[in-house]
Ligand binder design. Structure first.
Ligand code: 0XW
Ligand code: MG
Length: 372
C-alpha cells in the first residue's frame, strides 16, 4: 500500500451567521452556527479539509465545542499514520475515543480529500463514480407563517428548485395544516414537497395532520421524537415517512431498513460518521430500494462539497436531493470553487479531492495544532 504520513493537524473554529437573520425548526431558532474545521497536512505537503457543524445544541446529541474537545483528544493519535489508509485511521480514532461520530466525521472527510489529491481523483470518483455531474438540491423553508412559507415556495420554484422541504411543528397543528396546504397550492408540476417536523409532533398530531392532508402527495420527515413512536404510525398515516434525526448512526439505519420502518432517509454526513459511512449506507439504501438525501445539519464549503460528491454517486432514481446551507451563508471558504446552487442544482466540483481550496485565513489562527 502507498504511504503518505500525516504530519500536522490543525483545528479551526468559525462562525456562520444566518443570512436573513434566523433559521427556525420546530425546536430550534438559529441566528449563527459554530463550525469546526480540521486541516490535515501530509509529509509531502498535501492539505486536506474536513468540517462538522451541529444545528444548535438540541437537534442532535452533538455539540460544537464537544466536537473540538473530541478532535483535541483524537488528533495526537493520528499524527504519523498513513493518510491513505482511511479505514485504519478510523480504527485508530475508535481506539482513542468511543462514539463521537460527528467529530470523527471531520477527520474522515479530510482523509478522503487527501486521498483524492494524492491519486489525482475526485472524491466522487473514488466512491465509484459520479452518476450525474449536476445534482438536484432542495430548499428548506424554516418554520414561518403559512402565507410567508407560500411566498418563499413560489420564489424558490421560480429559481429552479424541484423539491421543497417545509419545516413545521412546535405550534398548533392547525397552523401546520394551513401552511402545508398553502405551500402545496403553489407547487408547479413535478415539484415535490417534504414536510419536516424535526420531532415536533406527538403520534396524535402526526395522525391528525396526515389525515387532514390525505389528498396531498407529501413526504413526512421525522414526525416524532423516537423510532418507536414513528414505527407506530405505520398504517395510521396517509403519507410516506422519512427518518432523519433518528438515524443516529449506521446501526439505526440498518434497523429501520430491516423493520421497514420508513420509506426513505434524510441523511446527515457527519451524524453517520463521514463519507466512509455514507458510502456504506448509500449501498444499503440501493439494496433496500429506499430513497435518500445527502445533507448535513449545517456547514460551509467543505461539508457542501462532501454532500455533493456523495450525492453524485447515488442512483439518480433514489437521490431525493443534496441539501446545502449555502443559501443561508454569505461567504465561501473558497471564493473561486466554493459550492454554489444554481437553478436549484449543484455542479459537482472538478478538482481533485473535494475540489475546494479553502482560504484558511478566513477562520483566523487555529484553536489547536498537533505535529509539525
Ligand atoms: C434542513 N436541514 C438539513 C438543516 C437543519 O439542520 C435541519 C435539517 C433537517 O432536514 O432536519
Ligand atoms: Mg430533517
Amino acid at each position: 500500500m502507498k504511504f503518505m504520513r500525516i504530519s500536522e493537524i490543525h483545528i479551526y473554529r468559525h462562525d456562520l451567521p444566518v443570512v436573513g437573520g434566523v433559521f427556525r425548526t420546530s425546536q430550534t431558532s438559529m441566528t449563527s452556527y459554530d463550525t469546526t474545521i480540521i486541516e490535515m497536512v501530509t509529509e509531502n505537503g498535501l492539505v486536506g479539509y474536513g468540517e462538522t457543524c451541529p444545528h444548535g445544541t438540541v437537534y442532535q446529541p452533538h455539540h460544537a465545542a464537544g466536537a473540538r474537545a473530541a478532535l483535541h483528544d483524537i488528533a495526537p493519535h493520528l499524527v504519523g499514520l498513513n493518510a491513505l489508509g482511511i479505514d485504519c485511521v478510523r480504527d485508530a480514532m475508535d481506539k482513542a475515543l468511543a462514539g463521537h461520530r460527528y467529530a470523527k466525521a471531520a477527520v474522515d472527510i479530510a482523509l478522503w480529500d487527501l486521498s483524492g489529491k494524492f491519486y489525482g481523483a475526485r472524491v466522487c470518483d473514488l466512491l465509484g463514480g459520479a452518476k450525474q455531474e449536476t445534482v438536484p438540491s432542495y430548499f428548506s423553508i424554516g418554520v414561518t407563517e403559512p402565507e410567508a412559507a407560500a411566498s418563499i415556495a413560489r420564489e424558490k420554484q421560480a429559481e429552479g428548485y424541484r423539491r421543497l422541504q417545509l419545516k413545521v411543528g412546535g405550534r398548533d397543528t392547525g397552523i401546520d395544516i394551513e401552511g402545508i396546504r398553502k405551500v402545496h397550492e403553489t407547487l408547479k408540476p413535478g415539484v415535490r414537497l417534504a414536510v419536516d417536523v424535526n420531532r415536533g409532533w406527538t403520534t396524535r398530531d402526526a395522525v391528525t395532520v396526515s389525515q387532514a392532508c390525505r389528498d396531498l402527495p407529501l413526504i413526512i420527515e421525522q414526525p416524532c421524537d423516537t423510532v418507536e413512536e414513528i414505527a407506530s404510525l405505520r398504517g395510521r398515516v396517509s403519507h410516506a415517512i422519512f427518518l432523519d434525526e433518528s438515524t443516529e448512526g449506521p446501526g439505526a439505519v440498518l434497523q429501520a431498513v430491516g423493520q421497514r420502518m420508513c420509506d426513505g432517509f434524510s441523511l446527515k454526513v457527519t451524524r453517520l460518521g463521514g463519507i466512509s459511512t455514507m458510502r456504506t449506507i448509500r449501498d444499503v439504501c440501493r439494496t433496500a430500494n429506499l430513497p435518500m438525501t445527502c445533507d448535513d445539519a449545517w456547514g460551509g464549503d467543505i461539508i457542501a462539497a462532501a454532500c455533493t460528491h456523495i450525492g453524485a454517486t447515488v442512483s439518480p432514481r433514489l437521490l431525493e436531493g443534496v441539501w446545502l446551507a449555502a443559501p443561508y451563508i454569505d461567504r465561501h471558504y473558497d471564493p473561486k470553487n466554493g459550492i454554489r446552487i444554481e437553478s436549484g442544482h449543484i455542479r459537482v466540483p472538478g478538482g481533485p479531492g473535494l475540489g475546494v481550496q479553502p482560504d484558511s485565513t478566513i477562520w483566523g489562527p487555529p484553536v489547536a495544532s498537533f505535529g509539525g
